[in-house]
Design a protein around this ligand. Structure first.
Ligand code: RM4
Ligand code: MN
Length: 398
């Protein structure tokens, strides 16, 4: 225990943490339930969903055992369906709602040299039209976030004009923005490399933020934790975007090397804690803060539903630890220049075993203290393996 931390203060923080954790929500990606892999191989798993209805049903299982995952993001056209209102009603029956609608600009031959930044006006118009279609999906499903991740970029210096591409992008985004309803937002993601290797058109938070600022109040930045160069101080970016009032969402995942899309909190739980500390200490955990906490992951070799359950639990653990930071003592230590005291206070919270606290939270909500065990015992995995025979499994590109 660091000096300055009192026992009654600890009990108060624990109680406050339970209250805040009870309000936390995490959004799940529909594509996490389909087959995925690397560019070398997509491994098929038994029982994988064949359509968006089955993906939503699987996502609902994660919510059922964790109690904190009430929304599912869709990816269009991967989750294209005849009747989105029907999909939305199906989600409601399962106890979840439709979250962000993700556009897809990376699997059409027309987009080889770009989408919203393409030199050809015909291709740019097609990319804009795709987003307007996604906005229609939002209207039919009650979704409020249009998530744009742009694969656009250049492989070779001189391949296209860097500035002209930014101008085209600004124009295209403005057309999409004009199609939003008042309750809608554009959330614009950035990524430093891949699929383009010389220069991405939205490589970093600064570029995303500049476009959002130009668009207006309904445009916010998405921070995908896997989309930075190794060693990047992500919590600094979180702090900066929160200061600017433009942190719209997270795409949580873990990375060892690049955009690995591994389970959040598995590669670097301390980084996740530092991110959540910025969130908690700036009040951005509150349900009305405007920050949508989403997962963007693929479970290539592990079973998908338990992979999502584990991920949700990892986010909860990092959040709980961040909520246990003694903010007053930390502030005092920072003000007095107590370097080791301040660092010690943060580490005390990080090193706390919060699993009993989360077990208590779940039991108070009528859930099993151990969601992994409860899901395992439910028989759902066996049921979908037996039932989902035939048809085409959903997967990367399908
Ligand atoms: C991209 C990006 C997007 C996600 C796709 C599947 O790298 O992270 O958020 O929708 O992958
Ligand atoms: Mn992402």
């Amino acid at each position: 225990m660091s000096t300055g931390t009192t026992t009654s203060g600890t009990a108060d923080r624990r109680a406050a943490a339970l209250g805040a954790l009870a309000q936390q929500t995490i959004e799940l990606p529909s594509w996490a339930f389909g087959n995925s892999g690397t560019r070398f191989k997509v491994f098929a798993q038994e029982g994988v969903p064949r359509d968006p209805f089955e993906k939503v049903a699987d996502a609902a299982q994660v919510h059922r055992y964790t109690g904190v995952a009430p929304r599912v993001s869709l990816h269009i056209p991967w989750d294209k369906t005849e009747d989105y209102a029907k999909l939305s009603a199906h989600a409601a029956e399962q106890g979840v709602t439709i979250g962000a609608i993700n556009s897809n600009l990376f699997q059409d031959d027309d987009y080889m040299l770009g989408s919203l930044t393409h030199p050809d006006a015909r291709v740019r118009a097609k990319a804009v039209a795709h987003h307007l279609e996604c906005i229609d999906v939002m209207r039919a499903t009650g979704s409020t976030d249009l998530k744009i991740w742009l694969p656009d970029g250049l492989n070779y210096p001189g391949q296209d004009n860097l500035r002209a591409r930014q101008d085209r992008l600004a124009e295209g985004l403005a057309e999409v923005y004009a199609g939003l309803d008042p309750e809608h937002r554009i959330i614009l993601e950035y990524k430093f490399f891949e699929p383009a290797f010389y220069s991405m058109d939205v490589p970093d938070w600064g570029t995303s933020l500049l476009h959002c600022l130009a668009l207006g109040e309904q445009a916010m930045v998405v921070l995908d934790t896997g989309h930075h160069a190794p060693g990047t101080n992500i919590e600094f970016i979180v702090a900066q975007l929160l200061r600017a009032g433009r942190l719209g969402a997270f795409d949580f995942n873990s990375r060892f090397y690049a955009d690995d899309d591994l389970m959040v909190g598995s590669a670097d739980p301390f980084q996740l804690f530092r991110i959540m500390h910025e969130i908690v200490s700036s009040g951005a955990l509150a349900p009305d803060s405007g920050v949508n906490f989403m997962l963007d992951q693929c479970h290539n070799i592990e079973p998908k539903i338990p992979g999502q359950i584990r991920s949700v639990m990892n986010v909860q653990e990092a959040t709980a630890k961040a909520l246990l930071v003694d903010a007053d003592a930390l502030h005092a230590a920072q003000q007095s220049g107590d370097v080791l005291g301040a660092n010690g206070l943060l580490m005390d919270a990080y090193n706390t075993d919060v699993r009993p606290l989360l077990a208590e939270l779940r039991e108070s909500q009528g859930l099993d203290a151990d969601p992994m065990r409860a899901y395992g015992a439910s028989g759902y995995a066996e049921k979908i393996k037996a039932e989902r025979v035939g048809g085409a499994q959903a997967g990367w590109g399908a």
